[in-house]
Design a protein around this ligand. Structure first.
Ligand SMILES: Nc1ncnc2c1ncn2[C@@H]1O[C@H](COP(=O)(O)OP(=O)(O)OP(=O)(O)O)[C@@H](O)[C@H]1O
Ligand SMILES: [Mg+2]
Length: 270
């Protein structure tokens, strides 16, 4: 449903994205892999409206969305997670979730004055939705905790939770599992799968953890040096010589030799 047509993003003379064309299919979980500096986050930023591409086009269900600012994409259900900003860290977890949806009636003075009951009702709905999200993500026990006091992994769950406060269609997750312990990573993975299966969210996830990618993703796109190097099922990608050589390097090669990559591939097809 999201298609990138020959995207270039140059910073001065440096080609961070150097002609990327790819499709992020609707209803799937697509992984974006590649070594550090491959251009993955830059591509996310181009799709999510943070950067304008130097050239090329991004479409959503056929509609040109190139260069639309994040709030315009948000209105179309295209979301990218961001770390909890400093100014929100002193607010509670519940309040952080309740902050998300825009366009509430309470925002104008006129509305505040004339529609108090409607505002109260909307706030109740918002609160109920936030409670549901906390329950879904197993965060209810920290609902009144200041967001800044959460562990790194719990913060990641709150970031994911913010995408659940609106009816998202496509969610971009940039290393949502970075620095997260295995248990919490599994919780994050479960939440992504459930959102995909139960609510029809389309995901595109950047992640360096191969097990995580293999378990979650229907297909994988590998980038290197600003270009697409390979695309395919996770199990095939991990066997792809070019990918192993150019990206995964000796680390995975050793794993292949020791048979671990085959185990990952097995997990992907299970
Ligand atoms: N705003 C910017 N100005 C100049 N160069 C940039 C800018 N943003 C990214 N780059 C460069 O573009 C290249 C791609 O960066 P990007 O962050 O997209 O990589 P990445 O694939 O996300 O890497 P990682 O896995 O380390 O997060 C890097 O060489 C980076 O230094
Ligand atoms: Mg990155």
């Amino acid at each position: 449903m999201i298609v990138c047509h020959d995207i270039h993003k140059h910073f001065g003379g440096f080609r961070a994205i150097d002609g990327v064309s790819l499709k992020i299919p609707e209803g799937a979980i697509t992984g974006l892999l590649g070594p550090n500096g491959a251009g993955k986050s830059t591509l996310f930023n181009v799709i999510a409206g943070v950067h304008k591409p130097t050239s090329g086009k991004v479409t959503l269900a056929g509609e040109d969305i190139t260069g639309l600012p994040p709030h315009a994409l948000f209105a179309r259900g295209v979301l990218r997670t961001f770390q909890i900003a400093h100014e929100f860290s002193s607010m509670s977890v519940l309040e952080n979730l309740m902050m998300v949806p825009g366009g509430q009636s309470g925002e104008t003075l006129w509305n505040t004055w004339f529609h108090r009951s409607r505002i109260a009702r909307e706030e109740e709905e918002l609160r109920a939705r936030a409670e549901d999200v906390l329950d879904f993500l197993t965060l209810t026990h920290v609902r009144d905790e200041r967001a800044g006091n959460l562990s790194g992994g719990q913060k990641k769950l709150v970031e994911l939770g913010r995408t659940m406060m609106v009816d998202a269609r496509v969610v971009f997750l940039d290393e949502v599992g970075a620095g997260v312990n295995r248990t919490l990573l599994a919780t994050i993975g479960d939440a992504i799968v459930r959102l995909n299966r139960e609510r029809g969210y389309t995901f595109c996830v950047i992640e360096h953890d191969m097990d995580f990618i293999a378990r979650l993703c229907d297909s994988v796109i590998v980038m290197a040096e600003g270009r697409v190097l390979a695309e395919g099922a996770p199990a095939d990608i991990m066997q792809n010589e070019q990918v192993i050589e150019a990206y995964l390097g000796t680390g995975l090669k050793n794993k292949v030799i020791h048979g671990e990559a085959a185990a990952m591939g097995g997990a992907a097809s299970a």
